[in-house]
Design a binder for this molecule. Structure first.
Ligand SMILES: [Zn+2]
Length: 489
């Protein structure tokens, strides 16, 4: 179904200073429509197979639409795989101490599951799995991810996990060049492993690997078989990152008509579709999405936790806020970034350095009037702050006025417009730092108050600035560094 992908991803990082300013939080627009969720086979109670299909939350997204009855965008769960998929990230080497920190934070955040590396991978992996199972996490169930093999299954059930995720390659690529087994062997072994794990009273998921390059008839056949013997979830995995949202929607919708158990999905991000694919899967009736913090994983990783949250917040903000402790997102990302020695990308969803920074004058003006004009996510929901950048040539007097008010300076609109003209003039030469902008405004204010300066006296203002900002042009380094001139609103 998909051609083999070939992609590399590079991440650049922003580390510039941010200076905050504060305004009221925006109210998201009222929902455009409401609907009740339909009768797809959501297994809300983990462990019972079949269509429980509880009516889920109302669709409250700002841009909600009349979705079809399959959609689970208001009824889904996260399987957080930073401690399994994420351990396959090129830079990852998690000590037990780090794994415990991550596990505890994800539990506090509220993810429904965490997935750990197979205990069969190494003696340390097994010890870590056992140790994390003993933590007594409050909300989060613990899974481990194993090959479809009885030896692995026996090890897994002894670690104390709440469930086992079994995976096997079903594409011809993997059947021929990886494990070398045919579908008959796969089916027979899957039944044996599933029945064994079920006999231990814990959850079991069966997933194909490389699902989108597998024969549809093979997939549906094995999913139907494992569903009949009572698996909790079947898994669809875009292991090579080749799928697009339409393919995902089609496959999950078809699968939804074949099995009654929950449907877990796993999307790699080689071609940038991991979040969109997860969303399409939920729209088609999937129930669980695999994520990792910052998307770390094999190659360039999978659906990022924060990115999925951002996407789902637009679909149904109240549902997402009711499930997760969103203010922890930044802390979790910082912890994982530090553990794997990377920076949080400048354009990261929600927590990126510029995720809530507004620059153009026309944007700043509208944001100051009503943040929903240019924001679909409210930074306050995540403990984040909105910024309006003001020390640049694109700035506008409304943004400057906001800063004047924060500094508690008494200036008329005409005076603020006059000061803004000077800021723009200077910023045409180089971006002005926040300190520069503040100083210009203070000097302008003092000049007005003392009577030394009148509106429109640009040359007088220049002399005042030269007198009171002697270092303004003296340091060659000042122009080299693009200082942020931001104000929180
Ligand atoms: Zn993966």
């Amino acid at each position: 179904m998909c051609p083999p992908p070939d992609s590399d991803a590079a991440v650049t990082n922003g580390t510039e200073e941010m200076v905050p300013i504060v305004t009221d939080a925006p109210a998201l627009p009222p929902s455009l429509n409401e609907r009740t969720n339909g009768t797809n086979g959501v297994n809300g109670t983990n462990g019972t197979n079949g269509h429980s299909a509880p009516p889920s939350g109302k669709h409250k997204g700002a841009y909600g639409r009349a979705s079809d009855f399959l959609s689970n965008t208001s009824n889904w769960k996260i399987i957080e795989s930073t401690l399994r998929e994420g351990e396959q990230f090129a830079n990852a080497f998690f000590t037990l101490e780090t794994k415990i920190k991550i596990a505890r934070m994800l539990d506090e955040f509220g993810v429904e599951y965490i997935e750990l590396t197979s205990p069969a991978a190494s003696p340390e992996s097994r010890a870590h799995c056992e140790a994390i199972c003993k933590l007594g996490l409050k909300r989060t169930k613990i899974l481990t991810h194993i090959r479809c093999h009885m030896d692995d299954a026996r090890l897994a059930v002894e670690t104390g996990v709440d469930g086992v995720d079994v995976v096997i390659g079903t594409s011809s690529f993997l059947r021929e060049h990886s494990h070398g087994k045919d579908m008959t062997w796969i089916t027979k072994t899957a039944i044996e492993v599933i029945q064994f794990v079920k006999s231990k009273g814990i959850e079991i998921r069966f997933s194909s690997e490389d699902s989108f390059r597998s024969e549809l008839v093979d997939l549906l056949s094995i999913y139907r078989t494992v569903d009949k013997i009572g698996v909790n979830r079947v898994g669809v995995a875009d292991t090579v990152g080749c799928a697009d949202p339409r393919q995902v929607y089609d496959l999950v919708r078809t699968l939804r008509g074949v099995v009654s158990c929950d449907i877990e999905t796993h999307f790699h991000n080689d071609t940038g579709c991991a979040i969109a694919n997860a969303y399409a899967a939920l729209e088609a009736g999937a129930t669980h999405v695999d994520t990792s913090v910052l998307g770390i994983g094999e190659r360039n990783g999978i659906t990022p936790l924060g990115g999925l949250i951002a996407r789902m917040m637009v679909a149904d903000p109240e549902y997402v806020k009711s499930k997760y402790n969103l203010h922890m997102l930044r802390e979790i990302e910082n912890l994982v970034a530090e553990a794997v020695e990377i920076q949080v990308p400048f354009n990261n969803y929600i927590t990126g350095f510029c995720a809530f920074t507004h620059k153009a004058g026309i944007h700043a003006k509208a944001i100051l009037a009503n943040p929903s004009t240019y924001e679909i996510l409210n930074p306050a929901d995540f403990g984040m702050t909105r910024y309006v950048s003001i020390g640049h040539r694109l700035t506008g007097w409304n943004a400057v006025k906001s800063r004047v008010e924060q500094l508690n300076l008494q200036l008329t609109d005409d005076q603020i417009k006059d000061a803004t003209a000077k800021i723009k003039e200077l910023a045409d030469v180089r971006t002005q730092s926040m300190e520069d902008v503040d100083m210009i405004l203070r000097i302008y204010h003092t000049g007005i108050q003392s009577g030394d300066l009148q509106v429109g006296q640009s040359a007088v203002l220049d002399r005042l600035l030269e007198k009171h900002m002697p270092s303004r042009d003296s340091s060659p380094a000042r122009g080299a560094k693009k200082s942020r001139t931001d104000t929180t609103v």
